[in-house]
Design a protein around this ligand. Structure first.
Ligand SMILES: Nc1nc2c(ncn2[C@@H]2O[C@H](COP(=O)(O)OP(=O)(O)O)[C@@H](O)[C@H]2O)c(=O)[nH]1
Ligand code: SF4
Ligand SMILES: [Mg+2]
Length: 460
């Protein structure tokens, strides 16, 4: 990620799905105008999802994810399919690519009949007087429904059922139409009905005829995706909690865990929102906080600290100044604050031997250092006085066996997209497991949770 680019967790995530050889990678390459993915007539060429951040007009900053085929076989194939369904949890919009030849019988005889029908129809609509059909035309007309293949659409059905269940908006791209463009375009309603009748899709689908080869429909796909782009700013970090000219103090410990020469993403994002609001941001380390507050002529509205410093900072902030943490604001931004706030209460009903899952959103260059692996387990053991067992997950992986855990504590998830974090919380909820997050857990164990959420109207 370049210094000027939108972080990928803040971008709209667009996934391309479909069977092997449907032309997913070819469509992706045309949409992105880059050779992003390998195109091959050999099935199963895209073996892992190809993920790339880019700017595409008129879509703006996006993450494009080209997935392997849904119909991959064998053990390795099963893993790929699982990976594809994980991708479904993170995408904001899905593009389902289907090879037109897999759905519709388009042999020469069919095509010539259909073309003839189209000519007649066009002629009819050009006539101001009634067009009287000859007998032979009538015969042609009666045969003119598209012939659909008696094929197995199970994979598409499964995928689309999952998309509809997860409420992911999607479009269906009917690819490789270059030799039948007029026919397919004229019969779109008919094809839509076929999708509904066979149960491939139940919603009113947006169906786009396209060809990566002749570049037909590429513009329409982009336009349609643009229509579906969700409002990524439905959950601000802090901008709606503060006013212009308010003073906000950001407590940023620069310890051995802090990255060299920069501040971490949640801090950058909060700082930017404060500046956008034309409020005043003062950044300090914990040891400068007391003096900073004392030296201000007007008291600050809010102190935002790194959650790890809650214990140190809580007694430095007077009662009438709000205090919260970057990680609580991040949970709010990701749309999971209410659920993770509710989840914290289960800390008090933990028992000896309970398993706790600590889950982090990234692996390499992890910015959270040992907070999840060392500090939180130690604080939790001390707080509960119990013999607890901890397991850890990091990066894109998230365990299947969630019901084995008594509690899940998730990191701020700053590197994950909103949908991906929300899907994790939902999976825990479905498994009947309480889930909370780092900031809330630390604030609770330090006895200041009520104060730490008092600035957030949805909760206080
Ligand atoms: N005729 C035709 N062939 C295409 C089109 N799009 C892709 N292909 C071909 O279909 C094969 C599979 O394409 P690819 O993009 O790798 O499919 P993927 O497996 O879904 O990613 C390749 O041989 C492509 O050249 C198209 O619009 N028309
Ligand atoms: S572990 Fe979580 S909070 Fe920490 S940097 Fe990674 S995604 Fe962000
Ligand atoms: Mg591919």
């Amino acid at each position: 990620m370049g210094l000027n680019s939108t972080p990928s967790s803040e971008r709209v995530q667009i996934g391309f799905f479909g069977k092997r050889n449907a032309g997913k990678s070819s469509i992706v390459n045309k949409i992105t105008n880059q050779k992003m993915s390998l195109v091959s007539e050999v099935k199963g060429t895209t073996t892992d999802p190809v993920i790339k951040t880019m700017e595409i007009l008129p879509l703006g900053p996006v993450v494009i994810i080209d997935t392997p085929g849904l119909d991959d076989v064998g053990e390795l194939g099963e893993m790929r399919v699982k990976r594809t369904s994980e991708i479904l949890d993170r995408v904001d919009i899905a593009v389902v690519v289907i090879d037109v030849n897999e759905i519709i019988e388009l042999d020469e005889e069919n095509i010539s009949l259909l073309n003839k029908d189209l000519e007649i129809k066009n002629y009819e609509s050009d006539q101001s007087t009634d067009f009287i059909k000859s007998d032979s035309d009538k015969i042609n007309n009666s045969d003119l429904k598209l012939k659909y293949k008696d094929a197995d659409f199970e994979k598409e059905k499964e995928l689309i059922a999952l998309l509809e269940k997860k409420k992911v908006p999607y479009i269906i791209v009917l690819n490789k139409i270059e030799n039948y463009e007029n026919i397919i375009k004229a019969k779109l309603d008919d094809i839509r009905s076929f999708f509904k009748e066979t149960g491939i899709a139940t919603q009113n689908i947006s169906l786009i005829p396209a060809s990566a080869l002749s570049e037909t429909g590429i513009h329409e796909i982009k336009e349609e995706i643009a229509h579906l782009i969700p409002d990524k700013h439905s959950y601000p970090l802090v901008s709606d909690l503060i006013e212009e000219n308010d003073t906000i103090i950001l407590v940023i410990p620069i310890d051995s865990a802090a990255p060299k020469g920069r501040i971490i993403l949640p801090q950058q994002m909060v700082l930017r929102e404060v500046l956008d609001k034309k409020a005043i941001a003062i950044c300090v380390q914990p040891e400068n906080l007391v003096a900073t507050i004392a030296n201000l002529k007007e008291k600050p509205k809010l102190v935002i600290t790194d959650s790890q410093a809650f214990g140190e900072v809580k007694d430095m902030v007077p009662e009438d100044i709000y205090l919260t943490s970057f990680s609580i604001l991040m949970a709010r931004h990701k749309g999971i604050l209410t659920e993770t706030y509710k989840g914290i209460k289960s800390i008090d009903s933990l028992k000896n031997g309970d398993k706790i899952l600590i889950s982090e959103g990234c692996t390499h260059h992890r910015q959270c250092d040992d907070i999840g692996t060392v500090k939180i387990p130690n604080w939790l053991k001390k707080y509960t006085g119990l013999d607890l067992h901890f397991e850890f997950s990091s990066g894109a992986g998230y365990p299947e066996n969630l019901n084995e855990y008594a509690l899940i504590i998730h990191c701020g998830g700053c590197m994950l997209g909103d949908k991906q974090v929300q899907a994790r919380i939902k999976k825990a909820y479905n498994a009947g497991v309480n889930v909370t997050n780092y900031g809330i857990a630390i604030a609770y164990m330090k006895g200041i949770l009520d104060k730490a959420v008092s600035v957030v109207p949805e909760i206080s």
